[in-house]
Ligand binder design. Structure first.
Ligand code: OAD
Length: 257
């Protein structure tokens, strides 16, 4: 993989150094170096004969809550065992740097693994929920401290419903509060980082255009081309666990210069 020209990295670092409002949209690629199995990778071994799209819908849960609960509990355990990687940690450092100058970094993540939180980031909007939490089918009350593994599949909630994973399934709307937080973050955005996402799933896929309409510099961090690449102002090719620490180091270097 070719290294990014230093000038591109410095260009982004300079903008981040001068900027106060930064938004990072993150996707599965950010967690790849933490060995979080992607949706499809998770369908191996015991689960090889299942179709992920048939396990990640409200209809699937209604038809077979035991199997769906068990699959999500298996994935919850994989996420709990994983560790944040240098990409997650660099974003937490970036948030700290911006904060000391009265700025802010909002992470809008499509990931459900909770690794941004564990890396120390604070301003996080979970667009697709969290696999680490469960939610009562009757009251929508959330529970993030259920035993691992669950004692039964499915697990009954105290109010007579069942606990389902607190994630957005195919065919479901994104949580309203998360969407509102995302649009608020995009207002006044000066630098928009699209990191480790294929940038095809809406509404997240439209965030870059929204940021651009507000004058933000659009930066893509990804080892591969995506539908956003041709519309990005700067493309930093590479793994987020490599590129993001370089970027934060470049901001620090610029501070000392
Ligand atoms: P995708 O699996 O669609 O895309 C992952 C992106 O990460 C690709 O563009 C890869 O090139 C890139 N990538 C891989 N390794 C990387 C690394 N180490 N560093 C940086 N980038 C890397 O994942 P998402 O874009 O997150 O929705 O997918 C969005 C949504 O589609 C998911 O949240 C899920 C799915 O359907 C729901 O579950 C609702």
């Amino acid at each position: 993989m070719a290294e990014n020209p230093a000038s591109e990295l410095i260009r982004v670092a300079e903008r981040l150094r001068g900027g106060r409002r930064v938004v990072a949209l993150t996707g599965a690629g950010v967690s790849a170096e933490s060995k979080i199995p992607t949706f499809r990778d998770a369908m191996s071994g015991l689960w090889a004969s299942f179709d992920p799209q048939r396990l990640a819908t409200p209809e699937a849960f209604e038809a077979d809550p035991a199997t769906v609960s068990k699959w999500y509990d298996f994935r919850r355990e994989k996420c709990a065992q994983a560790l944040p990687n240098p990409g997650h940690l660099a974003l937490a450092r970036l948030e700290g740097l911006l904060e000391t100058r009265g700025g802010r970094l909002d992470i809008l993540t499509q990931n459900v693994d909770g690794l941004h939180q564990r890396a120390g980031s604070k301003r996080i909007t979970e667009l697709h929920g969290s696999i680490m939490r469960w939610r009562c089918t009757r009251t929508n009350a959330r529970a993030d401290d259920l035993p691992m593994p669950l004692p039964s599949y499915p697990m009954p909630s105290p109010s007579g419903g069942w606990y389902r994973p607190d994630v957005v399934w195919f065919g479901e709307m994104l949580p309203e509060a998360a969407l509102a937080a995302a649009w608020e973050a995009l207002e006044g955005c000066e630098v928009f980082l699209s990191i480790g996402t294929s940038a095809v799933v809406y509404p997240a896929a439209g965030f870059a255009d929204e940021a651009r309409s507000r004058g933000a510099l659009i930066v893509e961090v990804n080892p591969e081309q995506t539908p956003l690449t041709s519309r990005a102002d700067v493309v930093l090719r590479g793994l987020s666990g490599v590129v993001l620490p370089q970027l934060v180091d470049a901001i620090m270097d610029a501070r000392m210069a």
